[in-house]
Design a protein around this ligand. Sequence first.
Ligand code: BG6
Length: 529
Amino acid sequence: MSKSRSTPHTQTGAPARGPADMSVKSEQDQSEFVPVAPFEMVIFGGTGDLARRKLIPSLYHRFLDRQFDSKSRIIAVSRSDYSRDDYIKKITEAFQSFHPNEPFDQKTWADFCKLVDYVAIDVMNDDSDWTALGDKLDCSACIRIFYLAMPPRMYAPIADGLNAAGLATPQSRVVLEKPIGKDYESAEIINNGVGRVFDENRIYRIDHYLGKETVQNLMVLRFANILFEPLWTRESIDHIQITAAESIGVAGREAYYDKSGALRDMVQNHLLQLLCLTCMEPPDSLDGDAIRTEKIKVLKALRPITPDNVASFTVRGQYAPGQVDGETVEGYIDELIGDDNSDIKDGEQSLTETFVAIKTEVENWRWAGVPIYLRTGKRMSGRFSEIVVQFKPVPHSVFGAGTKLNPNRLVIRLQPDESVNLWVEIKEPGAGGLRVKSWPLDLTYDEAFTTRYPDAYERLLMDVVRGRLALFMRRDEVEAAWTWVDQIQDAWSQTQQNVQPYPAGADGPGDAQHLLELDKRTWWSRPDV
Ligand code: BG6
């Protein structure tokens, strides 16, 4: 279990959790939670998985740390005809079942629940009455936020509904969950629809990877240290690998996933965002537009993937039955067949990829010629997301041909076990001649820091309240990402590129290894030291 899930909150403003919890903190570890202005947050999709698993618990944690107080309100909206008490019961059960190891303070939870209300509206029904929602939004001094945790086809109708009901005031903000559409065209329709009601600077398109602690640290590492910038170019970097591996399958989301696949579900957003933060030029400030303007330059400079090169630059895979964490698990097709909401029936196949590996390049002066390898998949050998920046070998070895020198690597582990490791060559201590060994300069968060750091959603929700757009995707970014991804999707259809099976528990099909082997490289895996 990572530190972010298990350690207590900081002392600032938080209810006491007992001396034992607090004794482990040093003074530097006491992060400050700067209170935010009172807000009214309306969560459409309030009974859904995201709201119960992430949004409500995240808000509770921010309340627990007294980042907001009882002047704020949270209003859940969904079609179900629940009373407020029913809803509170639901979120209480959900918190306890999804976060069994989280600190749960009965009194604070009860206080938090006093801020929560519930309204039933069928947002897709033109005859629905939105008055009850309007009646609950009674704080004229509060920041008003509409969080749309709903399928993207509903975004524009909800924006219209809010507008018609007079609830989308000029100061209100709207938060859109990913995916924004399923391709460029659908994204444009959604963006236009929501944009008719909300100005661009009031639209917060969430990519929760941008709220992760280590992703934020990537910017600090790059731009607060003089060390890396001179080396951060094609002259010194051999290649970059970005991996987001998951050991879970698609259980419970079959119907959505089979129409999406790994390319749309993970690459279009999370992996491309990581690529942008790794490769962008230094922005002049942390201002939202400064960062987003640099990111979009990276997206626009990605080498296009076409029917002519798609087979050389991409690998598609789909998991078959196998073993994950010592357990035998079903293959993707069997999961689809077992799900009532899926269109795939017994004896049928699906061509959706649950794994993708891509070799790309950012075609500009800094990066020309530096391969960037991306990979993501379900039912891989484990859950790990990391960025590996591999430097070039030294130009000449003074140690003689018998001594193997490994290139330096900067390995940023995003999850779990967040860490930054700079692998260097050192002399193995002791007698017996001069032996060179790779060793990490190891910054493992769990060992270095005792502070609980917030879940990505906690940080992003508070950024919405504060009006900070830097960690949210601008419209042109989303559309540029779709443009690149659509080309790959089209090239796959035109060339009918195979989806290769891999056993659950493997890191994709053999061709994913081959993609790098052809370039005399391998996917990074941490050596035993
Ligand atoms: C979501 C995808 O955006 O990210 C899921 O839709 C995926 O398929 C999830 O499982 C991964 O997020 P995390 O934070 O667990 O890496």
